[in-house]
Design a protein around this ligand. Sequence first.
Ligand code: FES
Length: 151
Amino acid sequence: MESAKKLVEAKVDGRDQIKLESLDSQSDGKNKVSFIGCFEFTQLVKNYRATFGNDVYKWPVPGGNSHAEMVIREFVLKLKGTWDYPYKDDEICHCRQVKTKTVDQAIVNGAHTYELASRWTGCSTACGTCKPDVEKIMAHQNDLNHDQTFF
Ligand code: FES
C-alpha cells in the first residue's frame, strides 16, 4: 500500500515560504522541510533550527507580530493541528470585492491596525459590514499569546 503524501505550508505570496513534505509513515522528525524568503525570515528559521532542532513538530509557537514570526506561527500551528483561521470565505468585503487573502497578506506584511488594513486593501470603505471579520483576522494574526519571541 502506498503512503499518502503530506504537505504543510505557510507563506507570504512572493516573499517567504516554509513547507514540510512527508509521507504519512514519517512522523519521526525525518520530514523534508524547505524554506525561502527574505533575510529576516530565513534568519528566524535558522534560529529556530539552531535552538529547537530539526524536528519542526517540536518547535514552540512564535509570539511577536513581525511577518517572519507570523508565517512561522502559522506553520507551527498547522503542524500541531490547531490553526483555526477565523474567516473561511474567499471574499471578505463584498462592496469592494476584496479577497480574504488580500487582507490577510496585508496584515502579515505590516498592516497591524484596522485602519491600515482598510487603507492598503480598500476593504471596509463602504457599508462596513465586513469590519468585524477583518478585525477577527487581525486579532488572529496578531495573537501574541504564544511561546517564544525572537525580535
Ligand atoms: S462589505 Fe466591506 S464595506 Fe461593505
